[in-house]
Design a protein around this ligand. Structure first.
Ligand code: PMP
Length: 438
């Protein structure tokens, strides 16, 4: 039984000592004390189906025993800096990671987070090309440091600090974008930016294959391949931000960019890479990576032995537990069931995403597409309440899902990849009920 401080005490102290911390997510904040695969438990032992854990770094499942074991074993053995000495955990994971990437993408650089990975990727592109201009997409999210904040194109993730050299292209959003599903038309905007806003050459282009924070937006078909040739013509590097779309989450492919049929010059990773261990990575070609050897560039802890031991265990677990296949199977089923809710609930304007990266956009009416933000908040609050499960008569469980999107009206569903069909049914039934109570 839990013997820690009460929720109100924690909240009071968090406000005092962590005043800038985002959240908490709910009106009555959740005090989570334990996690097990797709479930988390609060201080009273109440269970919640965590359909948002994927965003918070969990890929294999909370405290997956194999990942925990690998992490604990390495912690007992040695934790040290990544640089200066040899250690097999670091090299083993770099090798295994490189093996998962296509073509010449074999040079790995470890970081501590997604922000750091993207900062480094942008710098590499600038060093390699000798250009400064980067193009990113409106509504994308890439991190919270200077360059990545600049590449991020949503005002509520920005401060008024100098953010130079980034151009934001039209968002190829099939639901709200001006050109609908025509990916090539949106790609022309990238060409326009180069023609009108730069010297004609750029350092690179960065994008998520599916915008996560932006509200699970799948880029219009044909967009990325067209942009790829535009960027290549301008001498730039193509950076794929796989922080949310990587590690099998989209189901059909291990990496989000693979679905688009392109091979990027640089790939950035974080979140699911360590199932909760703080690690990120930049993977590029040995030739491009050379630019980092012209100076003494290092990260003390990026990819340290403990985090890389976790990373290797994650790769093995994805394989052993067939998690990518599960993401495809259960994710497609879940999407189908969510889509069928559209017949019943007018408030659902769009259901989208792939695998276990899904979004449900809520609107006040389908014609005007006016965002239903307040309704979305009520639904997420309601879903957190305890509902009876079908498995055992007296078992109750709440459902945790995310909120997001530029208009704050998208329900985000990114569960750990071990989510089952029964979990999917439970989630949809609870959402259905919460919507019918609107
Ligand atoms: N890229 C994407 C696509 C992300 O979703 C995030 C985090 N939400 C980041 C980069 C930044 O990662 P971190 O928070 O680990 O710095």
């Amino acid at each position: 039984p839990y013997s820690g401080p009460s929720t109100s005490d924690l909240l009071k102290r968090r406000k005092l000592y962590l005043p800038t911390c985002l959240g908490p997510l709910y009106t009555h904040p959740l005090n989570l004390v334990e996690g097990k695969m797709q479930y988390v438990f609060d201080e009273n032992g109440r269970r919640y189906l965590d359909a948002f854990g994927g965003i918070a770094t969990v890929s294999c499942g909370h405290c997956h025993p194999d990942v925990v074991e690998a992490t604990v074993n390495q912690t007992r053995l040695l934790q040290h800096t990544t640089v200066l000495y040899l250690n097999h955990a670091v090299v083993d994971f770099a090798e295994a990671l490189a093996a998962k990437l296509p073509g010449e993408l074999k040079a790995v650089f470890f970081t501590n987070s997604g922000t750091e990975a993207n900062e480094l990727a942008l710098m590499i592109a600038r060093l390699y090309t000798g250009c400064h201009d980067i193009i990113s997409i409106r509504n994308g999210y890439h991190g919270n440091a200077t360059s990545t904040m600049a590449a991020t194109a949503q005002f509520f993730h920005k401060f008024n600090v100098v953010q130079t050299g980034i151009h934001h292209a039209l968002n190829p959003d099939p639901y709200r974008g001006v050109f609908g599903l025509d990916g090539v038309k949106y790609a022309n905007d990238v060409q326009d930016i180069i023609d009108y806003g730069t010297c004609g050459r750029v350092a690179g282009f960065i994008a998520e294959a599916i915008q996560g924070v932006g509200g699970v937006i799948e880029l219009a078909p044909g967009y990325l391949p067209s942009v790829y040739s535009v960027i290549k013509k301008a001498g730039g590097l193509f950076i794929a931000d796989e922080v949310q779309t990587g590690f099998g989450r989209t189901g059909s492919h291990f990496w989000g960019f693979e679905e688009q049929g392109i091979v990027p010059d640089i790939v950035t990773l974080a979140k699911g890479i360590g199932n909760g261990a703080p690690i990120g990575a930049v993977v590029t070609t040995p030739e491009i990576a050379k630019v980092l050897t012209y100076s003494n560039y290092f990260s003390t802890f990026g990819g340290n032995p403990v985090c890389t031991a976790a990373g290797l265990a994650v790769l093995r677990t994805i394989e052993k537990d067939k998690l990518q296949y599960n993401a495809l199977l259960v994710g497609s089923y879940l999407k189908e069931r969510l889509s069928s809710l559209m017949e019943k609930h007018e408030i659902i304007g769009d259901v989208r995403g792939r695998g276990m990266l899904l979004g449900v956009e809520l609107v006040q009416d389908r014609h005007s597409k006016t965002p239903a933000k307040a309704e979305m908040l009520r639904i997420t609050e309601h879903m957190k309440c305890l509902f009876q499960t079908q498995t055992y008569l007296y078992h109750y469980m709440g459902v945790l899902i995310g909120k997001g999107g530029f208009h704050g009206n998208v329900l985000r569903i990114t569960p750990p990849l071990c989510f089952t069909k029964e979990d999917a049914d439970f989630l949809v039934d609870v959402m259905d009920y919460a919507m019918s109570k609107m």
